[in-house]
Design a protein around this ligand. Structure first.
Ligand SMILES: Cc1cc2nc3c(=O)[nH]c(=O)nc-3n(C[C@H](O)[C@H](O)[C@H](O)COP(=O)(O)OP(=O)(O)OC[C@H]3O[C@@H](n4cnc5c(N)ncnc54)[C@H](O)[C@@H]3O)c2cc1C
Length: 206
């Protein structure tokens, strides 16, 4: 039975990055996916995914995203593929009942994080939003915008394809078209059963 230091189940955006980074770090790693990534059946399917440093969902993501922007450029240099388009990114709130002191407002949270972490950005009022982004000419007078010039979008399927290719070049084993049907663990590590084989590992990333 084949044994690895690490196994990664699922090779979408998360798994492809995980298996690549582990392989690059010299870990004996294998990845398993029930389909042949990149494919159309998971969350990572599609042409684009937005990305920005000031992630209004939470401060904990800021260092992770900062790191990812560096990694996209690293992967582009290694692969020759275009992965990250720094088009600039606009977040805005346009609500009649907008309260500028509302700490839960997503745009205000985004602005606050950018200020805290020194992320290059501009704060726009309704007039500036209308001038710079005429497609949003209908915003209400109290609208507020956050513009991050370093934000943009990545090409998720291309990112997966590149990372899996580079992972294999770094020695990773990829089991594609195999469905994991059972996982168990004991003091010796983890055992992963697919519809085609059984694998063992010290560590498992699901
Ligand atoms: C429409 C849409 C728009 C989005 N927009 C954004 C955005 O703009 N910016 C942003 O940051 N995020 C966005 N997201 C979120 C982001 O795309 C997801 O968080 C991300 O793609 C999740 O990746 P994942 O690897 O966790 O999941 P997936 O890509 O779904 O990968 C999971 C993998 O596991 C495999 N798998 C499942 N079960 C098994 C099994 N039993 N055995 C083997 N393999 C298995 C699947 O085949 C699949 O390949 C968006 C999501 C959606 C759906």
């Amino acid at each position: 039975m084949e044994r690895y230091e690490s196994l990664v189940i699922g090779l979408g955006a998360m798994g492809a990055a995980t298996v690549y980074q582990l392989a690059k770090a010299g870990v004996k790693v294998a990845g398993i996916d029930r389909h042949h990534p990149p494919h159309t059946f998971g969350s990572s399917h599609g042409d684009t995914r937005i990305t920005r440093l000031s992630v209004g969902e939470g401060a904990q993501y800021v260092p992770i995203v900062r790191n990812s922007h560096r990694i996209w450029r690293e992967l582009e240099a290694l692969s020759g593929e275009s992965l990250f388009e720094q088009s600039g990114l606009l977040v805005l709130t346009s609500r009649e009942d907008f309260d500028p002191s509302d700490e839960t407002d997503f745009t205000l949270r985004t602005i606050g994080l950018a200020q805290t972490y020194g992320i290059e950005h501009e704060v726009l009022d309704a007039t500036q939003i209308r001038q710079r982004f005429p497609q949003f000419a209908q915003v209400v007078d109290s609208a507020i915008g956050y513009y991050e010039p370093g934000g943009g979008f990545v090409r998720p399927e291309r990112c997966i394809e590149v990372q899996l290719r580079l992972a294999e070049q770094q020695g990773a084993t990829l089991y594609k078209g195999e469905t994991v049907t059972h996982i168990s663990s004991d003091e010796h590590g983890v055992t992963v059963t697919t519809d085609q084989r059984t694998l063992q590992a010290d560590k498992l990333v699901v």
